[in-house]
Design a binder for this molecule. Structure first.
Ligand code: ZN
Length: 343
């Protein structure tokens, strides 16, 4: 299986986030991809290739052009005003009762385009975010060219990013961009399976009113974990998209005994949909020792997960999302990919 990765992705590093009331080093660190690359090499998964270059036009069917322009220029604008700081972060949001307008000042626009305090922008963020998108698009092109499977080792991750919103370590939605690219390449139906511990709120919102892209997600009950305000079972899509959004929230501390039936239900829905291609938002934070999550999957279960996904028999693009138990991240990621290949 080919992996796409760019060294540029490490330019977004040493970020801080607000967690439990404190400004702390982000769990989303550059070392995450280092350890995955090492496992890919050690276990001989296949070649690691640099992505092709793409123009920003490639994402404008998924993301709002004003938002993309904001992301691209935010650091320079912030740094000119606050030269002694290392990252740009909002402190004010258009919450209930405010008007949903985009202000002129960079602080106002940061709040307008942010969902939370976990997606700071710094020098190098845009270059990393764009390289991550290029890994997603290069993977998509490989599948269109006839590969059965591909791994886009995207970082920063993407599934919390909405059409015009960043949050949850995500800026541009790599999986959604790939899914749309399949549609633009002539695929009639695209399925997305999101196995990250957290609900893929950005991906859901992008395709919520569409019947051509099925979104399925297994995640922690948002009543008790991030992103809290989306990801409930009664969100089934709207308009043409009604019936094409499947949320399978699980209780905190769920084990494989809870997880496997949900996975099989998602796969069954995908099989009925008869897509041309599958995009897997591959988060590994369902792992038992993940520092910010509560599920109890051990390393072996990721091999089972890969095997179950392979049973669909679909061309499949894996897109890297979360997973913060860095020491185990390489093993768990490659377990899924090997499980898929060995089936
Ligand atoms: Zn996650």
């Amino acid at each position: 299986m080919i992996t796409f990765f760019s060294d540029q992705q490490a330019l977004h590093r040493d970020v801080k986030e607000v967690l439990s009331g404190e400004l702390v080093p982000s769990f989303e660190v550059a070392q995450r991809t280092d350890i995955v690359l090492k496992a890919i090499e050690t276990r001989g998964l296949g070649p690691v290739m640099a992505p092709a270059q793409f123009d920003t036009d490639a994402v404008l069917t998924v993301h709002d052009p004003d938002y993309v322009a904001f992301l691209r220029g935010a650091w320079d604008e912030w740094h000119a005003l606050f030269p002694d700081t290392t990252q740009a972060m909002p402190y004010c949001f258009p919450a209930r009762g405010f008007r949903s307008i985009c202000p002129a000042h960079i602080e106002g626009r940061l709040g307008y385009y942010s969902a939370d305090l976990t997606a700071a922008i710094m020098a190098g963020t845009w270059e990393a975010v764009w390289a991550s998108v290029e890994c997603a698009l290069s993977g998509q092109q490989q599948i269109i060219a006839g590969e059965k499977s591909v791994f886009s080792l995207c970082r920063p991750p993407g599934h919390h990013a909405g059409r015009d919103q960043m949050g949850g370590y995500c800026y541009l939605n790599n999986a959604a961009i790939a899914a749309q690219a399949y549609r633009d390449s002539g695929c009639l139906r695209v399925a997305i399976l999101d196995v990250d511990y957290h609900h893929g709120n950005g991906t859901q919102s992008i395709f919520y009113d569409r019947a051509d892209v099925l979104f399925t997600s297994i995640h922690a009950d948002p009543a008790w974990d991030y992103p809290h305000y989306l990801g409930y079972q009664d969100e089934i899509g709207v308009g043409d998209g009604k019936g094409y959004n499947l949320n399978l929230p699980l209780r905190l501390n769920s084990t494989w005994a809870d997880y496997e039936p949900a996975l099989l239900a998602a796969l069954e829905r995908i099989a009925v949909f008869q897509p041309d291609v599958l995009v897997v938002s591959l988060g590994l934070d369902s792992y038992e020792h993940d520092p910010i999550s509560s599920f109890k999957l051990d390393a072996e279960k990721y091999t089972f997960m890969g095997q179950r996904i392979a049973e669909l028999g679909l061309p499949t693009q894996f897109v890297f999302e979360g997973g913060y138990a860095v020491d185990a991240l390489g093993t768990n990621t490659v377990n899924v990919l090997e499980g898929f290949q060995q089936y």
